[in-house]
Design a protein around this ligand. Structure first.
Ligand code: GLC
Ligand code: CA
Length: 545
């Protein structure tokens, strides 16, 4: 059955698993070394085998690629590097035939400085597009305030011809749009409706909690008009159309996430919040913070319980901005596969919509790269700034390596052949040298691979109502090795238990569950009383015990 025939009903995304593709690094079909849309179409069988419902594509729109497509110069055009609008239509059709939807990435907070709007805006203060962006008068040496840009340097850039600064939260080549201007909002809504008419399954909305900013007061996230803008966006575009929408909201707390993912459908299906994903950093992502498992469990429990019946969680360990989870919180050495599986089981047993980032299902790891191999402006700028401010280069290297976004952006590892089967040309970014051992071909041939744990988790979710419906009770909250929880609902009870450490851990299986074999076990039959290093299992019982 096609995607829309299966999914076109309210709340379909509550039972769905999404897969994120970083198009530049997924599959190159024409040998230019850069992944493209025909490459994605060629890999649909693989994605169908995995069992995912929809593919979120990081931006494929026209872009100078200063921030790998998160700097858009034409929202309605496919970047020629990725193919044509017809290639996208072909992908939507081919995916649809396999029951898979396509989710586009909307960057509505800013455009590229090469966007026609910004080119016009720079021409004069009376240009109709000038007010599409955020300008302040000033003098060359006195920016309006000291706000910093996320990718380094000041958030204000001076345009001498106008005698004004423009505001950019990210790179200078990513000027922020002025959402206060109704013409900007209208233009964005029309563009979104254009893509809805093309048959997409939904949208991921980049840094969407920053659109209602008040830069004069230093406010970027959660500005006063944010909810008003978001509700208008919903009404004017995707609202009431059974599309999946997920807003990226680094600034979301529980109360805000309840509004963003309100069950009345007035804003988004769900948001990406990052509370769990910053536990190991101390203010700056380049500064490590010691932490222990109970903190992670407490945070997850808080969100599971806080959104139960009141909103909806998105579940993820990885994306294109985060290092690989198996290297970060697993063990990418001797226990690589086991730790990847354990982390998968813990996440996929939760309530919410799981996201798998390309290669996560293979247990792909961080890349041991340095400045010469990095491509990301954030890593390159951070390394330079750390060195300039006195961090010795080896320490700066280690700090950036640990969190570099490029860890996740290396080409997908398909085979043990040249360039991991990603391209017949020269890859735009170096392939992780471990591709000879870690690749899709090897994973598909090994019934015990990480891939099949993900496949099984997806299948279990589809077959068992407790995954989407159940509540959440954390077990042994203070245990520093074991992550275990109970879920009850939809006429079932589920127990998930995982040892997230490299040492055996004591774990007493509750009596009801000891009597039945697990529905999934990552290391064969569990031993009573103990979990082996990085062992995980999941039990299901009829009834809400
Ligand atoms: C989001 C994207 C990230 C991008 C930034 C600016 O955080 O995920 O990749 O650099 O927004 O658009
Ligand atoms: Ca290509």
């Amino acid at each position: 059955m096609t995607f829309w025939a299966q999914k076109h009903r309210p709340g379909w995304w509550k039972n769905a698993v999404l897969y994120q593709i970083y198009p530049k690094s997924f599959q190159d079909a024409n040998g230019d070394g850069i992944g493209d849309l025909p490459g994605i179409t060629a890999r649909l069988d693989y994605l169908q085998t995995l069992g995912v419902d929809a593919l979120w594509l990081s931006p494929i729109f026209a872009s100078p690629q200063v921030d790998n497509g998160y700097d858009i110069s034409d929202y309605r055009a496919v970047d020629p590097m990725f193919g044509t609008l017809d290639d996208l239509r072909a992908l939507i059709r081919a995916a649809d035939a396999r029951g898979i939807g396509i989710v586009l990435d909307l960057v509505l907070n800013h455009t590229s400085d090469q966007h026609r709007w910004f080119q016009e805006a720079k021409k004069s203060k009376d240009n109709p597009c000038h007010d599409y962006y955020i300008w302040r008068d000033g003098t060359p040496d006195a920016p309006p305030n000291g706000m910093k840009a996320t990718f380094g340097g000041p958030a204000w850039t001076w345009v001498p011809e106008l005698g004004q600064y423009y505001f950019h939260q990210f790179a200078p080549q990513q000027p922020d749009l002025n959402w206060e201007n109704p013409a900007v909002r209208r233009a964005l809504y029309d563009m979104i409706n254009f893509w809805i008419a093309e048959g997409v399954a939904g949208f991921r909305l980049d840094v969407i909690d920053q659109i209602a900013k008040e830069p004069d007061n230093g406010i970027t996230a959660n500005g006063p008009r944010l909810m008003e803008f978001l509700r208008e966006l919903n009404r004017e575009t995707f609202g009431g159309k059974d599309l999946v929408t997920v807003g990226e909201a680094w600034g979301a707390d529980l109360a805000r996430a309840r509004q963003y993912s309100a069950p009345d459908g007035s804003v988004f299906s769900m948001v990406f919040q990052f509370e769990q994903m910053v536990l190991d950093q101390d203010g700056s992502k380049w500064k490590a913070r010691p932490w222990a498992l109970p903190e992670l469990k407490a945070s997850i429990a808080k969100w599971q319980q806080g959104l139960h019946g009141a909103g909806w969680n998105s579940l993820f360990w990885n994306n294109h901005d985060l290092p690989r989870i198996v290297s970060r919180w697993g063990d990418d050495g001797a226990h690589r596969a086991d730790s990847a599986k354990a982390l998968a089981v813990v996440l996929h047993g939760l309530q919410g919509t799981p996201y798998i980032y390309q290669g996560e299902e293979l247990g792909m790891t961080n890349a041991p790269f340095g400045p010469q191999d990095w491509r990301d402006l954030e890593s390159l700028n951070a390394y330079r700034e750390l060195c300039q401010t006195g961090t010795p280069p080896p320490q700066a290297l280690a700090a950036v390596q640990r969190m570099a976004r490029d860890n996740a952006r290396t080409p997908m590892q398909w085979t043990a052949g040249p360039n991991a089967g990603f391209t017949t040309g020269t890859p735009w970014m170096r392939v992780n040298p471990n591709y000879t051992a870690i690749n899709a071909e090897a994973a598909l041939a090994d019934p015990g691979s990480v891939f099949y744990t993900y496949q099984k988790l997806i299948a279990l979710r589809k077959a068992n109502p407790v995954f989407a419906a159940g509540d959440f009770t954390l077990l042994c909250p203070g245990d520093t090795q074991v992550f275990a929880y109970l879920r009850r609902g939809g006429g079932q009870t589920m127990l998930v238990a995982a040892n997230l450490s490299g040492r055996p851990a004591a774990f007493a299986l509750p009596a009801d569950f000891a009597a039945v074999p697990p529905a999934l076990a990552t290391q064969g039959a569990p031993t009573p009383g103990t979990l082996r290093p990085w062992e995980a299992a999941l039990w299901l019982l009829p009834g809400e015990a």
